[in-house]
Design a protein around this ligand. Structure first.
Ligand code: ADP
Ligand code: ADP
Ligand code: MG
Length: 658
């Protein structure tokens, strides 16, 4: 076995790997960027090495720096986690060349499976069913369009080098093909430095079913059952579970055999995942699944497999990299109960799931029977625009699917995330969605049910805002009472509290007040009734909520968490109300931190409402900014490749006068 492992990653997965490594008696070495100097994975490791600036390209993707750190720490192995360099064959080769073991497959297997077109060709040869489509060399737009027509719509355009749902476009009509191709190519070029695409038949009622495989260096390969990852948004997984609803033992064996054949065909070693797309119409069935891709690494959702098998997949990875044989034979692999994982993200479901950055003012996870939480952050940490904004994975386990989903929903209800917005409420709604509960769903489920899942603007939660206002007032009252005690001259002190009145502050006697409040950016007025120590607050006649999960105060605001939503409440300073920058409707602002990919209009151009103005990229997605009204472009404040901060002015449209 190894003595020292360097973890070439960050966040929850780095922490999770460190945990197992320590249990196995390994010394652990973390690497970190400037943005992560105080991160949890740095605190957990035995030894730490700084590797550069926040931008991943200069730190977590800087192969030479990581290998230098490994040498300096005398690490005898490197675990790459997922994302970053985990599927980079050149990195795996450099690690091996440095005399260090790479906890993953040989570079040749990564190369064979790294590009989707080559992988599909190899799978065809190995007799593994692949999705019908075109995965050849030719890339001319006209040719690809003809191919799409031959395959028959709907089709899916995919980046050959793709990952993380990027560079993918579904096309339903021939007329839309060119625009979609352009978008896919641009996204692929910017994300992977490779614009090549392939075209697949879009499987209707698609279910994403993947098989966890393991192979050792002695020629053995097995699978550890399937995971169902059909709950997706923009081709990215949201909730994953094992086993798959509706899976039979016979079909599991059939898919498992295909997966093991796929692993053997590329000379695989270690942990890998074969992703299949299955036709879910009328239920899973023999012959109704096709190879999509292989992920040659540990998968984000591996904990659900650990839950139903009772195995530690990271431990297996270490053992196999150390040359040991697979610990179990196929027929010894356990499958007990049911497990579900939810990816808790710092994002705002009500605003198109925009990433939500900022400081984590409060963070608390429930614990209990059948629950596991994998996280890489703690209170006070910052969710930055530099990395994936996942806060945690919450995994629930039960004897049955019903039970596991119940445990998960309750856990999400009592999870506290304040500061950045989170998708906790959305995830809980998903766990409770009746149709999902029946197991009758496909990858289109989320998009088709956004409204029911609360992922559309819900309007201000006035009960939460009233509660927040009451908290603000109570806190301020305590502060003033404090001050009165300390300061004999308190009645004339120059503070500007809403409790201030010409008649001076009094601790007793009923008082009515109107307090201007800013709730989630919205101007509202709180009606306050103060009697003795009781404060009653209403907003538009709605009383303060009694069922909030938390009300977290900072120096100037209160964050109320209720029904999975966050409402931020602050006193409104009336003197600022007139100020502002005259935004009217004509100023187009960056909806988040990001990079300007393209500006599509020129100054002076006339535009119509809804017309595309610019494209900005943040985290893993492109966002198109459109004209809010008919008018003329009077100012363009950004140029291509600019980094813009959330709220930054980008383009100004002067309304057409009529
Ligand atoms: P999984 O199937 O495990 O969910 P994903 O494809 O969603 O895998 O990717 C896993 C992780 O790797 C995610 O954190 C994602 O952000 C990251 N990732 C995936 N592909 C890339 C890529 N090409 N470049 C950078 N990060 C990626
Ligand atoms: P990535 O490398 O980005 O993970 P995948 O090829 O694994 O790309 O596809 C991501 C998701 O897109 C799948 O999980 C599935 O939901 C959907 N998808 C992929 N191919 C098809 C297809 N041919 N038909 C329908 N949906 C598909
Ligand atoms: Mg995939």
């Amino acid at each position: 076995m190894f003595k020292t492992v360097l973890i070439a990653n960050r966040g929850e997965i780095a922490c999770r790997i460190i945990r197992t490594a320590k249990r196995l008696g390994l010394r652990t070495v973390a690497v970190y960027s400037e943005a992560d100097a105080k991160a949890l994975h740095v605190k957990l490791a035995d030894e730490v090495h700084a590797i550069g600036p926040a931008a991943a390209a200069q730190s977590y993707l800087a192969a030479e720096k990581i290998i230098a750190a490994a040498k300096a720490a005398r690490a005898d192995c490197i675990h790459p986690g997922y994302g970053f360099l985990s599927e980079n064959a050149a990195f795996a080769q450099s690690v091996a060349d440095a005399g260090i073991a790479f906890i993953g497959p040989p570079p040749s297997a990564m190369l064979a499976m790294g590009l989707k077109d080559r992988a599909k060709a190899l799978m065809e040869k190995a007799g593994v069913p692949v999705v019908p489509g075109y995965h050849g060399e030719r890339q001319e737009a006209k040719f690809l369009k003809e191919k799409a027509y031959e395959i028959g719509y709907p089709v899916l355009i995919k980046a050959v080098a793709g990952g993380g749902g990027k560079g993918m476009r579904r096309v339903d009509r021939h007329a839309d093909f060119d625009t979609a191709l352009e978008g896919a190519q641009r996204e692929a070029q910017s994300a992977f430095g490779d614009a090549r695409v392939l075209i697949e038949k879009y499987i209707t009622a698609p279910r994403h079913i993947e098989m966890q495989v393991f192979a050792d260096t002695h020629g053995n390969a097995i699978h550890l059952n399937e995971r169902d990852c059909s709950l997706q948004r923009r081709h990215q997984k949201v909730i994953e579970e094992a086993p798959a609803p509706g899976m039979s033992a016979a079909l599991r064996a059939e898919m498992g055999n295909a997966a093991v054949a796929a692993a053997k065909a590329c000379g695989y070693v270690g942990a890998g995942t074969i992703e299949f797309i299955a036709d879910g119409a009328g239920g899973l069935k023999s012959g109704g699944f096709w190879f999509m891709e292989m992920n040659t690494r540990l998968q984000v959702e591996h904990p659900v497999t650990e839950a139903i098998t009772g195995l530690d997949l990271v431990e297996w990875q270490f053992q196999i990299a150390a040359g040991e044989k697979l610990p179990l034979k196929q027929d010894q692999v356990p499958l007990n109960g049911h497990a579900v994982e939810a990816r808790l993200y710092a994002e705002d479901p009500e605003r198109g799931f925009l990433p939500s950055t900022g400081k984590l003012i409060a963070l608390k996870f429930p614990d209990g029977e059948g629950l596991r939480v994998d996280t890489g952050v703690t209170v006070g940490d910052e969710v930055t625009p530099f990395y994936d904004p996942m806060i945690a994975k919450v995994i629930a386990q039960g004897k049955t699917r019903e039970q596991a989903l119940g445990v998960l929903a309750n856990a999400l209800d009592t999870t506290i995330v304040a500061g950045p917005r989170s998708n906790a409420g959305f995830l809980a709604a998903l766990c409770r969605a009746p149709q999902f509960r029946t197991g009758n769903f496909d990858t289109g489920f989320i998009d088709a049910n956004l409204d029911a899942l609360g992922a559309t603007p819900q309007g201000l939660d006035k009960a939460a805002a009233a509660l927040g206002a009451r908290e603000l007032l109570t806190r301020e009252r305590a502060r003033i009472a404090d001050q009165i005690e300390r300061d004999a001259d308190a009645a004339r002190s120059p503070h500007t509290s809403p409790w201030d009145a010409d008649d001076g502050f009094q601790l007793s006697g009923p008082r009515r007040q109107i307090v201007p409040i800013l709730a989630d950016g919205e101007k509202v007025t709180a009606q306050v009734m103060q009697e003795a120590r009781m404060t009653t607050v209403t907003i538009d006649g709605i009383a303060a909520a009694a069922d909030a999960v938390a009300a977290v105060a900072t120096s100037d605001s209160v964050y109320v968490l209720r029904h999975g939503r966050q409402t931020k409440v602050a006193f409104r300073d009336l003197s600022l109300d007139e100020g502002g920058d005259g935004l009217g409707g004509g100023t187009v602002r960056a909806p988040m931190h990001g990079k300007v990919l393209a500006v599509l209009v020129d100054e002076g151009a006339s535009v119509t409402r809804g017309q595309r103005l610019a494209i900005i990229e943040a985290m893993k997605m492109e966002h198109t900014l459109v004209a809010p009204l008919d008018g003329t472009v009077s100012e363009i404040a950004v140029t291509k490749d600019d980094q813009v901060a959330e709220g930054a002015k980008m383009i100004v449209i002067e309304a057409t006068k009529d």
